[in-house]
Ligand binder design. Structure first.
Ligand code: BGC
Length: 353
């Protein structure tokens, strides 16, 4: 991190005073001679990053990688996290606009709630990149994400391959936050695989529900409700992510059946990979965050230099066909943990024991 006129501490104090700091590494704006990437106006490029949350492990990695890559390119990032609060996220974005950022990168808490904030960015001529989650009904410039439908398909296909075939398989489905467009895409991907089998009576969905704000405690409540309704004779739980899988596993632990039920998550969080090693979780999805975050930083810098990349893929957000980049995802279980997350430097082998 570069230090400009402001000391690191006074910069953080300044951010705190603005009521929006989320800790390192938001960076101070250099007031020295311009050594790095220059926006089209010749000033050092400033990227505003508005995150929904830092609750899940992945978002810290997203933020840190993006900031490091932007710095490598000579740009600076001001990062804020809204703590799953729409009003706060709108305020965060308005404050980044007022600060005069060249580009905004936004992970929306609620994809439907930021239309007005994006309109303010449009009015101020600030391009917007929707990161990981899609902002709906708004004039955004790019959408960078993983293949979210594929995530759901991969989760369901993994379960189907291992479910009993001599009787109807009994599964529980825990979806993510209903406010997150990704949660809908994960479900759509799962549906594509599961629905034909559900129709044929080969799979029985014992219970299904959405975990508000992706909270593990909400997932645990859903799992408790499933057990109350259908007992513990469950073949698989397909959870939206590793956080919610963890909530479900907690309920299974309390019933003494953890390890006997296949549990599927997403994100390859460290705790989830440890559960895979120990046998209480079966599978997760590894999303190479560093690829997505670095790409976002590079595209942000390119846009600020008025050199926006051409993208062939598009996804509709209800307002327009948004130029979209979809990164690949990888299924991970105990058989390939080493060849995937460890080999890629995502986790250290010794941390997985
Ligand atoms: C992301 C997941 C994440 C979840 C909760 C989703 O939009 O794609 O990786 O676990 O949000 O933060």
């Amino acid at each position: 991190m570069k230090s400009g006129n402001l000391s690191h501490r006074s910069f953080i104090a300044l951010l705190l005073a603005a009521g929006a700091a989320v800790g390192l590494p938001a960076c101070n704006k250099s007031s020295g001679p311009d050594q790095g990437a220059g926006s089209s106006s010749g000033k050092k490029i400033l990227i505003g990053l508005s995150l929904d949350t830092l609750k899940e492990e992945r978002w810290q990695r997203d933020r840190d990688t993006l900031v490091a890559e932007a710095e490598k390119l000579g740009a600076e990032v001001v990062a804020q996290s809204a703590n799953s609060d729409d009003t706060r996220q709108m305020r965060d974005i308005e404050s980044l606009i007022t600060r005069g950022v060249d580009v905004l990168i936004i992970v929306p808490h609620n994809g439907d709630a930021l239309t007005r904030a994006v309109k303010s960015a449009n009015d101020a001529d600030i391009p917007v990149i929707s990161y990981d989650r899609l902002i709906m009904n708004a004039d955004i410039n790019y959408y960078l994400t993983f293949d979210n439908r594929k995530v759901g398909e991969t989760q369901a296909a993994y379960a189907v391959e291992r479910l009993p075939k001599d009787r109807p398989a009994r599964i529980v489905r825990i979806y993510g936050a209903p406010t997150d467009n990704n949660a809908k895409l994960f479900k759509e991907g799962q549906d594509a695989v599961l629905n034909p089998l559900i129709k044929e009576g080969k799979i029985e969905v014992l219970h299904e529900d959405w975990a508000l704000d992706w909270k593990p405690e909400n997932a645990k409540k859903i799992m408790n409700a499933a057990i109350t309704k259908a007992g513990t004779s469950i073949d698989a739980v397909i959870a939206g992510n590793d956080g919610t899988a963890g909530g479900a596993i907690q309920a299974l632990i309390e019933e003494g059946v953890a390890g006997k039920v296949m549990v599927i998550g997403q994100d390859a969080e460290l705790t989830a990979c440890q559960r895979i090693v120990r046998g209480t979780q079966s599978m997760t999805i590894y999303k190479p965050i560093k690829d997505l975050a670095k790409r976002a930083a590079r595209i942000a810098v390119d846009i600020a230099k008025k050199n926006p990349p051409t993208v062939t893929e598009h996804l509709s957000n209800g307002f327009k066909e948004v130029p979209t980049i979809l990164e690949k995802v990888i299924a991970v279980d105990k058989d390939n943990l080493t060849q995937t997350v460890v080999a890629d430097g995502f986790h250290k082998a010794e941390d997985l024991k």
